[in-house]
Design a protein around this ligand. Sequence first.
Ligand SMILES: [Zn+2]
Length: 153
Amino acid sequence: MYAKVPGDLKEPLLRELRQLRLRSAFKHFPAVVLIFSAIPALFVFIKGHAILEMFRDEIPSTMSDGTLIAVVLGLIVTVTAVVIAYFLRLEYRDCDCQECLYCAKCDAVDKYDSGCCPVCQTPLTEKASFYFTTYKDEQKIIERWGLQPTREA
Ligand SMILES: [Zn+2]
């Protein structure tokens, strides 16, 4: 949904929405890392010894296969954690208002930036700040701030 955000609400509302995203990111982070590490880890478990044979000459003979697989698994989890942290950071930074053309008469947002009201087709020039979300918990917060979904068509 799109919600029209008045200028004075922008800062406190965005602060609350960002905190929510940060909290849920921290909550889900370990589980997501585990799930995404599981696939390459499984591969290493099944194919590990065959891969080790290929690199046999480059591997110091003092290192046991067990140690080596542990190192590889550690690397997989670390790389996965970094990649997921990057995407969560993108999602966090994405939590912002966007300027869209707005038809006050219809209370409608021109979400495709077509230049016309999606309801009455009047050419629009007036812009307003909108927050777009599909998350149910964010919609609840927005409604608690007294904001209503803007018409989109
Ligand atoms: Zn209109």
